[in-house]
Write a protein that binds this ligand. Structure first.
Ligand SMILES: [Zn+2]
Ligand SMILES: [Zn+2]
Length: 462
């Protein structure tokens, strides 16, 4: 569908595509529900309202939506579980089967925030980028004359693009707010070393306590959802001690904001990107300034985002400290510091779902794409419609990145119904053991043809 059109046409065609989807009887309300935590595993799933009154996407609607991703392939269940992309017809090498013009959200690691373009991820050999977007708000928490408090771009068009996609500077101010609070929390500790030490000890204690509880939990899912609920209650309790007037002044809140590390900083910026897209979807009709075309592009990706699988349980079981990081740090930071317009989205089910879906679906942003080069990790981005390509150690698709755009091109001829696969890891040229170990980060045992063949060969040699 949309990958066939040249850049300029993408937006206009997408808006008609969205209209088509709605015309086909897709209930916009159910697909766009802000609180959906959908996990669709079989085509027979039906609407199951959960305890919090969330609407889950009906499987038939999900399938219809997924089939709009590309005219070259369909998203279907695979033999080995989950979903994958299967060719609709025989396809020739070189065919572009899918193209995403920009991510739904992206985040840049803190050390590179002045060197990697916020719009196109361009990196100019470590030079500080020249185009800076400062805060427009002259209020209590951004009043510092600190020039580092800015978003950085490689060019005027990149900066203009960011501004054009924003709504009332909400995304800009939200990102700068995270930056400002991160710096403030660092500085605060500098002046009070004793307090910092105490805080650190308390953090470690809380983290260990949670890890132990997790090990003893009989029902991991129940335990995790309980911790999210507790995080919400704790935040409410702390905020309730302040008068509403006090709450509007961030100086009164700064002592409540948890100290976060650079990974959490990166995750928070990523979450804000998704929350902003939700806000945009829910408010775009009232906003004359925004171009409706960009709204429909991200709105379609947001609908597909709702269909992605949550992988937080596997991740937390492997790295138990994350439960503390997610609930007591990331969530708390967001709940206490996020600007008013995004506040309605800061609820456990939404934030947990955003984190859980990004774990195995996000694409890394690297300095160079050559597999053996010395790569630098700049951050990550999410393209929901490109999340259904599974991994193979003998892939038939190559990813081509052009700025923030990502293109999927066939590297060989393929037959109808063959699965379209990309390579996830960094170890495609390594032996079976190294590849399998590398791929464990994505929580699966690779059973691609190459792996099965090599396993059989190894077993035969024994
Ligand atoms: Zn740029
Ligand atoms: Zn494999």
């Amino acid at each position: 569908m949309w990958n066939q059109f040249p850049d300029n046409d993408i937006f206009s065609d997408l808006s008609t595509l969205v209209d088509d989807l709605i015309h086909l009887g897709l209930q916009k309300s159910s697909l766009c529900s802000t609180t959906t935590t959908t996990t669709i595993t079989s085509p027979t799933t039906s609407v199951v309202p959960s305890a919090e009154g969330e609407i889950q996407v009906e499987a038939d609607e999900a399938i219809t939506l997924l089939n709009f991703i590309s005219s070259h392939f369909s998203v279907k269940p695979t033999k080995y579980g989950g979903r994958g992309c299967f060719a609709d017809t025989d396809l020739a090498q070189g065919t572009i089967v899918h193209e995403c013009s920009m991510p739904l959200s992206s985040t840049i690691a803190r050390p590179f925030r002045k060197e990697v373009c916020e719009s196109c991820f361009k990196f100019l050999h470590g030079k500080t980028l020249k185009f800076k977007l400062m805060s427009r708000m002259n209020n209590q928490y951004n009043s510092t004359s600190d020039s580092s408090l800015a978003l950085y771009f490689c060019s005027q068009p990149c900066m203009d693009k960011f501004i054009a996609l924003d709504i009332d500077d909400l995304y800009r101010e939200s990102l700068l707010n995270v930056e400002s609070l991160f710096i403030k929390s660092l500085n605060q500790c500098q002046y009070d070393l004793k307090r910092e030490k105490q805080q650190e000890e308390a953090e470690i204690e809380a983290e260990l306590k949670l890890e132990n509880e997790l090990k003893q939990a009989k029902d991991i899912e129940l335990f995790i959802s309980q911790k999210w609920k507790e995080a919400e209650i704790n935040c409410q309790l702390q905020l309730s001690k302040l008068k509403s007037k006090q709450r509007k002044n961030f100086n009164n809140l700064i002592h409540l904001i948890p100290k976060i590390n650079e990974n959490e900083y990166m995750e928070i910026k990523y979450i804000i990107g998704i929350l902003f897209q939700m806000y945009k979807r829910d408010n775009c009709e009232n906003n004359k300034l925004s171009s409706s075309s960009s709204v429909s592009l991200s709105s379609l990706e947001l609908q597909i985002f709702q269909l992605l699988q949550l992988n937080d349980i596997e991740k937390i079981c492997k790295y138990p400290y994350l439960i503390h990081s997610y609930t007591n740090k990331i969530y708390k930071f967001l709940k206490i510091s996020t600007l008013e317009k995004l506040q309605p989205y800061i609820i456990p089910s939404i934030i947990r779902s955003i984190i859980g879906k990004s774990l195995t679906n996000a694409f890394g942003i690297w300095s160079i794409d050559e597999p053996d080069g010395n790569k630098e990790f700049f951050g990550y981005s999410l393209y929901p419609s490109a999340s259904f390509f599974n991994h193979s150690c003998n892939p038939n698709l190559i990813k081509i990145k052009k700025g923030a755009k990502i293109i999927f091109k066939l590297s060989k001829n393929i037959k109808k119904n063959e699965e379209l696969c990309i390579n996830y890891g960094n170890s495609i040229n390594d032996d079976l053991e190294i590849r399998q170990k590398d791929l464990k980060e994505w929580f699966f045992d690779c059973l691609c043809e190459r792996c099965v063949e090599e396993m059989n060969l190894k077993n035969a040699q024994k």
